[in-house]
Design a protein around this ligand. Structure first.
Ligand SMILES: [Zn+2]
Length: 667
C-alpha cells in the first residue's frame, strides 16, 4: 500500500485516528494484532468463495460467503470469524442450519455436529450490509458526488478491514491455500473485477443484472482480496514470461480516464520485465496482473493480489513510483506476506526500495540518489517527533508511517546490500540472490523478520544480528562527526580518521555499520571501507600524497547524518606506533610472512584490505606477551578464495595501538 500525497495523508490520518467506533450497542476498540502465527488459531482456512450482490444505488449489499476450512483439533464444533458492520442472516453447513451469535466484531458459529482434526467442512454464511453504514473496508460512492462520473463500490481491506465486507478469519497469517472466488452481481450497465481471472460473465435479462465470476487459485490472505464495481472500460497489456510464453496486465478504469490510463501505464511492461529479471526478483508469481481505478480513495495504491487498486491521481498521470511500488508488492507482500503487522516493514520497505530501483533503472543513479536523500529527510523529520523502530510500530495508527515503514525500511534494504557487498548496479549479486532465496523459502506463505535475517545470513555467510538489532529492532540512526588529519611518515603519508558517533539518546550508542571515507590528495584519491567497532574510533591508512580533503560515505550507502572537520584529538592510549612493527618480504610471492613486535602483553589482530579498501581477511593472533612474532598469510580471503596479485594494506592492531603498511603481492 502507498500513501497518496502528504497533504491527503495528513487528512486521512486525522480521520483514521477516530475514537473507537460504535456498532449497535457494542463499542469496538481497534483490535490489537494477534502475534504468533497459526498457533493462535484452531482451524485452517483453505478457500473463500464470496457471492456479492451490489445494487449500486446505495451501500447496501446482500451476500454469501462460503468458507472451506479444516479443524486443527478433534471435537471441533464451534469457531469464530471476524465480522463488522455486517448483519448475519443465516449459516448453513451441508444444508443443515447452524446457530450463531455476534459480539465485539466476532461471529461465533456453532456447527451442526463436531468435526475431527483434519476433516474438511464448508460453511455458508448468508449476510447483508445496510445502506447508510459508514465507508470502511466496503466503500460506496454515488455518481455525481465529488465529480464522480459513475457509481463505484470497492473494498479496501489492509490491515484488518476485510471483515467489513465479508465474514472471514482476518489475519494475514492464515492464507486460504486454494485461493478464492469472488462473484459480483451488479446492474447490467456495470461490471466488476476481483483477484485472478475472469472465468465468465452471466447476464440475467429479467433482473437486469450482470454477474462477473472471478477466481484465483493461489494462496491468499484476506487483506489482499478485493472487489471493485463500477462502469468500467478495460484494456490489456501483454508481457513475455519466457521466449515462448506471455501473460497480461488487465486494467479497469472509467471510460473517461482510458486514454490517460494508456499513457500512465506505458511503463508497466518494462517494470514487469525489470522486476521479473532472473537476476532481480525472478518470475512474476501469479497468473496475471492488473489495476483498477478508485476514487475517492484514501491511499495512493493497494497491492491487492493480481489486481492493484490505484488512486485516480496515478491513472491520470501521477507518475511511476506508486505503480512500480504496487507491482513489486506482488512478490513482497503478496507472494511472501508479512506474518503479522509487527513485520510490516518487510512489505513496505521492500516495495519502496523496489520503486527506487526502478527509478535507477529508468532514470539513472543521480535520480535514484536524489530519491534516497529525500526519503531519508522524510524519515529524519518523522523520527524527530515520533521515534520508534520499524519493527512492531505502534498498532494500528503508526503501521503505515511513511518515514518509518516505507522510507527507513527501504534504506535498511539498501544498507543490507552495502553490508553484504552487492554494490555494483550493473551486476546484481548476492543481495538479490538472497532475496530470491527468501522468496523461494516462503513462496505463497508468510514470513517474519527473523526468517528474513536467517536466509540473508545463510546466503551471505555473514552474521547479521548486529545489523538487525541496530537498524530494525532499535530506533534512530547514527550521527557521525569525522575528524581527519594527514601525517607524514618515514615512507610517505598517512591519514588519521577519528570517527565519533553523537547518536540521539535512545539510539544504539554505537552503530557497527562499516563506513566508507574517500581521502583526496593532489592528483589522486582513495576510498577506504572499514569496520566500526567502537565509539570513538581511530583508524590510520597510508595514502599516496598529502591529504587535502575527505568525504564521508561518498557513495551514500548509509542512513545517517554527519559533519567532517580537520584535526584529530588525542585518543586515550592512541599512540598508534609505539612498539609495533610489521615487516615481511615486500613485495612477496606466494605466502606472505607478516612479522610483528609487541611492546607489551596484548592480543594482536591483523586486518588486510585490498586496493579498493575492502577488508578481505582478518587474522586474530590471541593474547601474547611482549616479543616478536610472525604469522603467514596464504593470500586467501575469509572464504578461502585465492586473491589476485596487487597492492594490499595490512593493519596490525594490539590494544588501542595500530600500524598499517602497504604490502605488494607479486605473481
Ligand atoms: Zn506498499
Amino acid at each position: 500500500m502507498t500513501k497518496l500525497v502528504l497533504l491527503i495523508v495528513a487528512f486521512a490520518a486525522a480521520v483514521a485516528i477516530a475514537q473507537p467506533f460504535h456498532e449497535g450497542k457494542y463499542v469496538i476498540a481497534p483490535v490489537p494484532p494477534l502475534t504468533d502465527g497459526d498457533s493462535a488459531h484452531h482451524f485452517d482456512v483453505r478457500f473463500y468463495r464470496a457471492d456479492l450482490n451490489l445494487p449500486m444505488t446505495s451501500g447496501a449489499m446482500t451476500a454469501r460467503v462460503s468458507i472451506d476450512l479444516v479443524p486443527r483439533h478433534d471435537g471441533f464444533d464451534t469457531f469464530s470469524l471476524h465480522l463488522v458492520n455486517l448483519v448475519c442472516d443465516s449459516i448453513r453447513r451441508a444444508g443443515n442450519g447452524c446457530t450463531y451469535t455476534t459480539a465485539s466484531g466476532r461471529l461465533l458459529v456453532d456447527l451442526d455436529r463436531p468435526f475431527a482434526n483434519g476433516e474438511s467442512l464448508t460453511v455458508d454464511i448468508y449476510y447483508h450490509r445496510n445502506a447508510g453504514v459508514q465507508n470502511r473496508g466496503f466503500n460506496y460512492h454515488q455518481r455525481g458526488t465529488q465529480g464522480i462520473p459513475h457509481a463505484i463500490c470497492y473494498s479496501m481491506s489492509e490491515p484488518a478491514d476485510a471483515r467489513y465486507w465479508m465474514p472471514c478469519f482476518d489475519e494475514p497469517w492464515d492464507k486460504a491455500e486454494r485461493g478464492c472466488a469472488v462473484n459480483i452481481t451488479t446492474p447490467d450497465s456495470m461490471s466488476a473485477c476481483s483477484n485472478g481471472l475472469l472465468d465468465s460473465v452471466t447476464v440475467d435479462p429479467t433482473a437486469g443484472t450482470r454477474t462477473c465470476w472471478w477466481s484465483h487459485c493461489y494462496p491468499i490472505s484476506t487483506y489482499l482480496m478485493v472487489f471493485s464495481a463500477s462502469k468500467w472500460a478495460s484494456f490489456k497489456q501483454w508481457y513475455r514470461t519466457s521466449p515462448t510464453e506471455s501473460a497480461y496486465v488487465q486494467n479497469f478504469i472509467w471510460p473517461e480516464d482510458s486514454s490517460a490510463a494508456v499513457r500512465s501505464f506505458r511503463n508497466v511492461v518494462d517494470m514487469m520485465d525489470f522486476f521479473s529479471d532472473s537476476l532481480i526478483y525472478g518470475r512474476y508469481p501469479f497468473e496475471k496482473y492488473g489495476h483498477v481505478e478508485a476514487y475517492p480513495f484514501a491511499w495512493g495504491g493497494m497491492e491487492h493480489q493480481t489486481q492493484t487498486t490505484l488512486h485516480q491521481y496515478y491513472i491520470q498521470g501521477g507518475g511511476d513510483n506508486v505503480i512500480a511500488h504496487e507491482l513489486s508488492h506482488q512478490w513482497w507482500g503478496d507472494m511472501v506476506t508479512c506474518q503479522d503487522w509487527r513485520n510490516i516493514w518487510l512489505n513496505e520497505g521492500f516495495a519502496t526500495y523496489s520503486d527506487e530501483l526502478y527509478t535507477y533503472h529508468q532514470r539513472g543513479r543521480a535520480a535514484f540518489l536524489e530519491q534516497k536523500r529525500s526519503r531519508a529527510q522524510d524519515y529524519f523529520e518523522e523520527e524527530a517527533v515520533d521515534p520508534h523502530p520499524i519493527y512492531d510500530p505502534p498498532y494500528p495508527d503508526h503501521l503505515f508511517d511513511w518515514g518509518h515503514s516505507y522510507c527507513k525500511a527501504a534504506w535498511v534494504q539498501h544498507m543490507l546490500r552495502f553490508v553484504v557487498g552487492d554494490t555494483v548496479w550493473a551486476e546484481p549479486g548476492v543481495f538479490f540472490r538472497a532475496l530470491r532465496a527468501y522468496g523461494d523459502s516462503f513462496r505463497y506463505g508468510t514470513a517474519n523478520t527473523e526468517d528474513y535475517k536467517r536466509i540473508m545470513e545463510r546466503e551471505t555467510g555473514l552474521e547479521l544480528d548486529w545489523f538487525f538489532d541496530e537498524w530494525v529492532y532499535d530506533d534512530w540512526y547514527p550521527v557521525y562527526s569525522l575528524g581527519w588529519q594527514g601525517r607524514q611518515t618515514g615512507d610517505g603519508w598517512e591519514v588519521v580518521l577519528q570517527l565519533q558517533q553523537n547518536n540521539n539518546s535512545g539510539a544504539p550508542p554505537v552503530f557497527h555499520m562499516p563506513v566508507e571515507v574517500r581521502v583526496n590528495w593532489s592528483g589522486g584519491s582513495r576510498t577506504f571501507h572499514y569496520d566500526v567497532s567502537s565509539n570513538p574510533q581511530q583508524n590510520v591508512f597510508p595514502v599516496d600524497g598529502q591529504p587535502t580533503s575527505v568525504a564521508f560515505d561518498p557513495n551514500e550507502w548509509i542512513l545517517e547524518q554527519h559533519t567532517t572537520h580537520v584535526g584529530v584529538s588525542e585518543m586515550p592510549n592512541a599512540d598508534y606506533r609505539t612498539g609495533l612493527s610489521l615487516v615481511g618480504p615486500n613485495p612477496s610471492t606466494g605466502v606472505a610472512r607478516l612479522n610483528y613486535e609487541l611492546a607489551r602483553t596484548a592480543a594482536a589482530r591483523i586486518d588486510i584490505w585490498d586496493g579498493t579498501g575492502r577488508l578481505v581477511k582478518s587474522i586474530l593472533a590471541g593474547e601474547r606477551p611482549a616479543g616478536r612474532y610472525a604469522v603467514n598469510w596464504d593470500r586467501r580471503d575469509g572464504r578461502g578464495n585465492l586473491l589476485p596479485a596487487g597492492a594490499y594494506f595490512c593493519r596490525l592492531g594490539a590494544g588501542s595501538e595500530s600500524r598499517t603498511v602497504r604490502l605488494v603481492i607479486a605473481e
